[in-house]
Design a protein around this ligand. Structure first.
Ligand code: C2O
Length: 465
């Protein structure tokens, strides 16, 4: 059984990354039509509509005809309850293929994919892409990629998603794993883990990693996803009723891949729930594996009951027209007392009763190009009347362009995001400066907005219990 280890915990002299680099070099020499080539594996995730003109893709030309790759390329599952199982399958075959390339090169026969734990607050280097991927910073190093930011933001890698107790998004609450969907390549609402840290890490790094159509070409992609895959098991281990979906549509959905022998194969989420049973099996260093269904019925009942007790959120106010996000900060004003019926409840929010839940929703976010992480603040007048901004959260729009384009797999209606602002509003109300009639929302780009990028939010709305 393989053990996937923390890349920052590898002992001095360990050769895991050296062999990885050699395997990438070898796989890059293989034909793009070869299922064990670097390009083919990247294209399973996504490929640009015109790869011959795409900066990251053009070097892999010529490309096989679409009829040959149909059903195998552009398969990644996002904004979907298949997000976790699909990427687990994808990683498993990738690891198998890299391991075989390493054996072919005369290396060890037990290579396992390491994970990059950027969430580790005890490791001072955790936020940095490991050095083997950045030095030397040129194409002699097959783990290096141009145009990356080599560090992610601390605020991007919070583990607040782990607090979610349900897997599947419900009308009342975003689930850890995402909303129930059919095959969903891109578009819609993210599950909690997909927003933080998954999408934030992609967008922070940028370059090829910033777009699902090129992300699979960056060797760091796979260490990022090993960490996301590890966090699936970490979440299950938190207990208190946490469990995977038991619906047939989730358990038995078949996804296509190729194995190391270039044979077409399928896997279902049910077949990958226990990491020890995925292909030849693996576990994560420091994380206990578990069999599916380890959760007792009673615990499940408790979660269902808790779900019932949550009051649905109602829309209180919304913007009337699309809001473009530009290089300059954008502001919109919403009112917690806009809707008469909600007036009373909005005014009675207090810490003592645990606070009414409140949420900002961003819908039909559409755009082109790479868009940096957008920070969202609530602004209220300070001591001297000068507005003070309080961070409510941020939007990492990974897959924006794809989700904005209508084609055979996408409706083109863009991405949706939401931020829970319950705690922030509670603390602002306690400070006494909060005006429920005028809630100013400020959106600001964390990094300069590239000239060729554009983004707009169709609707920004405020929800409250
Ligand atoms: Cu399918 Cu991190 O992306």
């Amino acid at each position: 059984m393989k053990v996937r280890k923390d890349v920052y915990g590898l002992p001095k002299g360990d050769t895991t990354l050296e062999w990885y680099e050699k395997a990438v070099a070898l796989m890059k020499t293989r034909d793009t039509s070869d299922p064990t080539s670097w390009a083919y594996l990247g294209a399973i995730h996504g490929i640009s509509p015109n790869p011959q003109w795409n900066y990251y893709w053009s070097q892999y030309a010529p490309f096989p005809p679409k009829t040959e790759t149909d059903g195998f390329w552009e398969r990644c599952q996002h904004q979907s309850w298949y997000f976790l199982p699909w990427h687990r399958m994808y990683l498993a075959y990738f690891e198998q293929i890299v391991a075989q390339a390493i054996v072919e090169l005369g290396g060890p026969d037990d290579w396992a994919l390491p994970f990059w734990n950027y969430c580790d607050t005890e490791n001072p280097l955790a936020l940095d892409i490991p050095e083997a991927f950045t030095t030397p910073a040129d194409s002699s190093n097959n783990l290096w990629m141009p145009n990356r930011h080599n560090q992610v933001d601390r605020s991007s890698v919070t583990l607040k998603a782990l607090k979610k107790k349900i897997y599947t998004t419900s009308p009342q609450e975003t689930g850890y794993g995402g909303p129930e969907t059919k095959f969903n390549h891109s578009g819609g609402s993210n599950g909690a883990l997909e927003s933080y840290p998954h999408n934030h890490v992609h967008v922070d790094i940028g370059g090829a990693m910033g777009n699902p159509d090129t992300a699979g070409l960056d060797p760091i992609f796979w260490l990022h996803h090993a960490n996301i895959d590890r966090l699936w098991q970490v979440w299950l281990n938190e207990g208190e009723g946490r469990s995977n979906p038991d619906e047939k549509n989730w358990l038995n959905f078949k996804f296509n891949f190729h194995d190391k022998d270039k044979q077409a194969v399928t896997l279902t989420p049910k077949e990958v729930e226990d990491t020890r049973k995925v292909l030849s099996g693996y576990t994560y260093e420091g994380v206990a594996p578990s069999a599916p269904g380890a959760v007792t019925k009673a615990a499940k009942g408790a979660v269902a009951g808790r779900k019932m007790a949550v009051m649905p959120l109602e829309i209180v106010d919304a913007t009337q027209k699309a809001q473009a996000l530009t290089a300059q900060p954008s502001r919109v004003s919403l009112s917690l007392s806009a809707k008469k019926a909600s007036r009373k409840s909005a005014k009675t929010v207090s810490k003592q009763e645990g606070g009414k839940r409140m949420m900002l929703r961003f819908e039909n976010i559409k755009g082109t190009g790479l868009v940096p992480v957008q920070s969202v603040y609530l602004e209220i007048p300070g001591e001297d009347g000068i507005p003070q901004a309080y961070l409510a959260g941020s939007l990492a729009l990974f897959g924006l362009e794809r989700a904005s384009t209508a084609d055979e797999h996408h409706s083109g209606s863009g991405l949706s995001e939401h931020l829970d602002i319950t705690e922030l509003v509670n603390s602002l109300q306690d400070s006494g400066k909060f005006n429920a009639d005028k809630l100013d929302v400020l959106i600001q780009s964390n990094r300069p907005m590239p000239n060729e990028s554009s983004v707009s939010v169709g609707k920004i709305s405020l929800y409250s219990e």
